[in-house]
Ligand binder design. Structure first.
Ligand code: ADP
Ligand code: MG
Length: 600
């Protein structure tokens, strides 16, 4: 007897579901796309427990007849394409005809649907791919799909789900993207009975951004529009000076489809290279429209990657369009950048090298200035040989005052000065030591804050004038859940009105001027699920890391006393060799090596 069998449809669907439906957010994405494809002008999304127990997507789109409703649940049943060539003209979100049968094979699935012309609707219920019933039902024109008990029948997949908070963040992000893509459709998003956002039909993208991200951000954005060679770029970009600590607010769409595109992200980062501090990212909501034939959206069933046929052309186009806008705004782009697109992706940008970040610098070449080679590779850099175990005199547990302690192991050290602001140079008995002030400062503060948190030391200062902060609805919801925790760590934030907050007290180490930025950065961590309540130690570590990097200012200049004090503090850290982000804090050139270099 042959051992090869044709898989039953049910098994085939469950396998396909593995590719399309990796997590609750993927279900929501597929259903919302279907609603948009059906011409809906109103979509309501509700979910509970990060989507694992309950998800509902309801629209007022064109609905389906009973026959179509049944057909839509067959594998590869789609009303959207007929031939492969249609893929090149794709204007709908869906085309594979896989989503509905896949979802229905791994959950309990109920669909109620009615075309406007029909008098009654159809209800179809399926559990784990098995048809339970088909019957008539009453319903306003449109479609309501309810998905419960996701992956109940597929425990292997259920195991891979993250915490409810994380799954919920993915769902929220997905809905937000489609709400941005389609401002003309009203969206409501409800989690565990609470409305996270509700946006009416908007006439413009700016209005929609204001609805879901808050008016403040909307006011920080500039409209862009450019056309070139059959490509069109529209959307909003941050005014110079507006930036974020993560890439999450660089939002891009290609032919209205939300995408993750390195090409577009890099183009954006390059455009802002001169105006963004290290580690900061631009804010943008950009729509690129181009001939569907020149972009491949069929890379992966569920992922948002796209592939462009000519990356270089697109990159050049986006950079030109964004820089043009920034220049119109009188933003100081130091030298008029000359952009030539060098195939395949590298763009040559003149005069931008000084402030470009490392990852950008990879793609930038200076046409005029020769690059002065200062590669550390020329020296043999002994990794951290000088600072061995901290001398026993100083106990790491006691926080010494911010002056160089005596007997700190710095006997015979002499401060020579700073180089390029950031590097402090010392003569030590063993040789010459170069300290990265930034990295050392971050390490010292990171451990200091961790110690404070561990001791529950709550040194905060009440602000004379509270700082108002407007957040988007999702940010507000997430923040509300963490107010107590933040207050416990010295950052007191009060709610006053829908989506409006006030920073009332800040930890002593936080400069009030950067308090708002810091709060937004904290929110970024919350969004990424990195301030997990279930893991308070890790959450505190994340907070300390962020504070050390962003909130505690490094003095621009230093003098002998401060420089020695910084090094002394670094010595007593438990991990003096690296910054909290893992960068080296210092290195030594010992006398032997110096002698060797000078062939003594
Ligand atoms: P695809 O979107 O790739 O065509 P799906 O499995 O997502 O495949 O949907 C199958 C078909 O069911 C669609 O082509 C469409 O005709 C129909 N359909 C799905 N959802 C809706 C909806 N909300 N309103 C109207 N028709 C729908
Ligand atoms: Mg679909």
């Amino acid at each position: 007897m042959s051992t090869i069998r044709i898989l039953s449809d049910r098994v085939a669907n469950q396998i396909a579901a593995g590719e399309v439906i990796e997590r609750p957010a993927a279900v929501i994405k597929e259903l919302v796309e279907n609603s948009l494809d059906a011409g809906a002008t109103r979509i309501e999304v509700e979910f509970r427990h990060g989507g694992r127990s309950y998800m509902r997507v309801e629209d007022n789109g064109k609905g389906m007849s009973k026959d179509d409703a049944l057909l839509s649940l067959e594998r590869h049943a789609t009303s959207k394409i007929i031939e492969t060539v249609d893929l090149d003209r794709l204007s709908s979100f869906g085309f594979r005809g896989e989503a509905l049968p896949s979802i229905a094979s791994v959950a309990r699935f109920e669909m109620q649907t009615r075309p406007a012309a029909a008098t009654t609707g159809t209800e179809v219920a399926i559990n784990g791919g098995k048809l339970l019933h088909v019957r008539d039902c009453g319903l306003a024109p449109g479609t309501r799909i309810t998905v419960t008990h996701l992956f109940n029948a597929v425990p292997a997949r259920r195991k891979f789900l993250k915490s409810d908070a994380t799954e919920s963040a993915h769902i929220i992000q997905a809905v937000r993207l489609y709400a941005l893509a389609c401002p003309q459709t009203a969206f409501t998003l409800i989690e565990d009975g609470r409305v996270l956002f509700q946006s009416p039909v908007c006439l413009t993208l700016t209005e929609r951004v204001a609805e879901i991200f808050g008016r403040q951000l909307a006011g920080d954005l500039l409209g862009v529009e450019a056309v070139e060679d059959g490509m069109k770029l529209t959307g909003l970009i941050g005014r110079p000076g507006v930036s974020r600590s993560s890439r999450h607010e660089m939002i891009t769409f290609v032919n209205r489809r939300p995408v993750d595109s390195r090409t577009l992200n890099y183009a954006l980062i390059e455009s802002y290279a001169t105006s963004l501090a290290k580690g900061r990212y631009p804010v943008a909501v950009l729509f690129l429209d181009l001939d569907p034939a020149s972009v491949d959206v069929n890379v992966h069933p569920a992922k948002r990657e796209v592939r462009f046929r000519s990356e270089g052309q697109i990159r050049g186009f986006v950079i030109r369009a964004v820089l043009q806008k920034l220049r119109e705004m009188g933003h100081a782009v130091p030298v008029a950048p000359v952009i030539a697109v060098v195939p395949p992706v590298a763009a040559v940008v003149t005069g931008l090298h000084q402030t470009a970040r490392p990852e950008v610098a990879l793609h930038l070449k200076t046409a005029d200035a020769p690059v002065i080679s200062s590669s550390p590779g020329q020296f043999s850099v002994p990794p951290f040989s000088v600072f061995r175990a901290p001398p026993a005199v100083i106990k790491p547990a006691t926080v010494p005052p911010f002056v160089a302690p005596r007997n700190s192991g710095l006997a015979g050290w002499r401060f020579l000065g700073t180089a390029h602001g950031d590097y402090a140079l010392f003569e030590s008995p063993a040789g010459v030591v170069v300290v990265d002030r930034r990295a050392a400062h971050e390490r010292v503060w990171f451990e200091r804050l961790q110690a404070q948190f561990a001791r529950d030391e709550l040194a905060s200062q009440r602000l004379l004038f509270a700082i108002p902060v407007e957040l988007d609805a999702i940010g507000s919801a997430l923040l509300l859940d963490r107010l107590d925790w933040l207050a416990k760590h010295g950052l007191e934030v009060g709610e006053f009105g829908r989506n409006f907050f006030r920073i009332e007290a800040v930890p002593v180490w936080l400069e009030p001027e950067v308090a708002e930025d810091f709060l937004r950065d904290v929110l970024g961590l919350i969004r990424e699920g990195r301030l997990d309540e279930k893991n308070p130690r890790l959450a505190e570590e994340e907070l300390a890391r962020l504070a050390a990097q962003k909130a505690v200012r490094l003095p621009e200049t230093t003098n002998e006393t401060d420089a020695l004090a910084l090094v002394a503090r670094l010595f007593v850290c438990t991990q003096p060799h690296t910054s909290p982000a893992g960068r080296p804090t210092h290195f030594e050139l010992n006398r032997g090596e110096l002698a060797k270099r000078f062939q003594r």
